[in-house]
Design a protein around this ligand. Sequence first.
Ligand SMILES: CCC/C=C/C=C/C(=O)SCCNC(=O)CCNC(=O)[C@H](O)C(C)(C)COP(=O)(O)OP(=O)(O)OC[C@H]1O[C@@H](n2cnc3c(N)ncnc32)[C@H](O)[C@@H]1OP(=O)(O)O
Length: 316
Amino acid sequence: MNKLAVGAILSSLRTMARPGAPITARNLCAAANSAPNASEKYKFKTLKLTTPSPFVVHVEFNRPERMNAFNRQLWTEIKDCFDQLHGDPDCRVVVLSGGSSKHFTAGIDLFDMMKLGQELGAIEEVGRRGRLLEGTIKLYQDCISSLEHCYKPVIVAVHSACIGAGLNLITAADVRYCTRDAWFSLKEVDIGLAADVGALQRFPRVVGNQSWVRELAFTARKFASDEAFSHGLVSRLFENKEELLQGAIKLAAEIASKSPIAVQGTKKNIVYSGDHTVQEGLDHIRAINMLNLQSEDFLNAIMASQSKETPVFSKL
Ligand SMILES: CCC/C=C/C=C/C(=O)SCCNC(=O)CCNC(=O)[C@H](O)C(C)(C)COP(=O)(O)OP(=O)(O)OC[C@H]1O[C@@H](n2cnc3c(N)ncnc32)[C@H](O)[C@@H]1OP(=O)(O)O
């Protein structure tokens, strides 16, 4: 864009800006320092939250004694957590990892499943048993979908095993990184179940390879990180867990330095476009940008790119 055109855009944006509002960028670090660390704000039992970098929230599974298996409390807390992060102005990007557990996750908690079996056994009538299962499956589906519904990009960092529910979960994330020792299994058929919390819908779309996904879904075959990488399930491999977390947090920090209006508008539109036509996707982003192009972020970003400064953005 030439300087004249940029000047014209800037002067028209200045006239749109709120009267008296500063056109200068606000200070990212000052804004971040005034924000509480996620560890003070969020108190979950099966999840641990911290703020390793301004506006980056690190969510760690916290059931190491059960290999981060998904019991009812973990399902519920994941949904509560992502619903809350969605509306949290101190969070712009989320990194989700397996914490101190030996594995990222062992999938659904098999002891919890046995408890559910006992609850079902206590109900005499099939229609009522069906209702209990419907409610449970819906809760678990909503848990996985909460990553997608959260406007903040979610980067998952997988180490060692990522089984069943875990594989469903990561396909709802925005970016998937893993260690070289990571392995995956769409395990549901091995416990007599058709996967029902999103993998059959999202996994083929993520990798664009029906044949490979169907083979994995029908057999529950374990596959390693290099196979996951070569099919595009994960986009980067790391030598170990430490480097994995460093890489994920570095990416998160970079995204967090961008305009939250632009990043969140981008995620909304990518998610929407995933199951709409090209034209519907274009209509959707046009409606978003009718508003977003009037925001101070647009002005700040253009001014910063012209002056070769790093733009900073206020909380959203
Ligand atoms: C409506 C439903 C919607 C959702 C459906 C989801 C379905 C699924 O997720 S299917 C997948 C279910 N998961 C599995 O089948 C995995 C079973 N576990 C394993 O294969 C191994 O344990 C694993 C490879 C994860 C780890 O092996 P490792 O040798 O490293 O450790 P272990 O000694 O086997 O396990 C250590 C302790 O963790 C407990 N544990 C492991 N997995 C689970 C689990 N899924 N649920 C509950 N607990 C689990 C294991 O019992 C050991 O406990 P302890 O003996 O007390 O030390």
